[in-house]
Design a protein around this ligand. Structure first.
Ligand code: MN
Length: 132
C-alpha cells in the first residue's frame, strides 16, 4: 500500500530534497510551503503522515500540529517535526504541540526512514493507553 506523506516546508531546496527522497522511497507526496496550504492539504486529502518544518518563515509550523490534534478525523495522523534547533526547549515545544517525533536538520535520511516506518505502523495499530 502506497502511503501518502504531506511535506510542509517553506525552503524550496529542503522541500525538493525531502520530496525527491520520499518519491524515490515509493511514497506518494504532497507538499505545502505555508500554514494556509498545509491546512488546505490536510482537509482536501488527509495524508498518512506529515513531515513538518517547525519554522515556516515567520509562521510557526507547530500550529499545524496543534490543529491536527484537535480534529477528530485527523488527530491520529503522525506528525514528524523537522527542526534546525535541536535544543531541549525546542523539543519540549515540539512535543507539547502534539508532534510524535522530532528530527533535526540536515535530515539524516536513515533516521527519517526509521521514524516513518515506526509511526506509519503504529498509526495502523489500535491505540494503546499506557498503564492499562
Ligand atoms: Mn523553514
Amino acid at each position: 500500500m502506497t502511503r501518502r506523506i504531506l511535506v510542509v516546508e517553506d525552503n524550496e531546496l529542503s522541500r525538493e530534497l525531502l520530496c525527491d527522497w520520499l518519491e524515490a522511497e515509493d511514497y506518494r507526496v504532497a507538499s505545502a510551503t505555508n500554514l494556509e496550504q498545509a491546512f488546505a492539504a490536510m482537509q482536501e486529502m488527509p495524508p498518512d503522515a506529515v513531515l513538518l518544518d517547525v519554522q515556516l518563515g515567520v509562521q510557526d509550523g507547530l500550529s499545524i500540529a496543534a490543529w491536527i490534534r484537535k480534529q477528530s478525523t485527523l488527530s491520529h495522523i503522525p506528525v514528524i517535526a523537522v527542526t534546525a534547533h535541536a535544543m531541549v526547549t525546542e523539543q519540549e515545544r515540539i512535543f507539547l504541540a502534539g508532534c510524535n517525533a522530532c528530527i533535526s536538520k540536515p535530515v539524516d535520511f536513515k533516521l527519517l526512514r526509521q521514524q516513518l516506518d515506526q509511526w506509519l505502523v503504529s498509526a495502523l495499530s489500535p491505540i494503546v493507553i499506557p498503564g492499562e
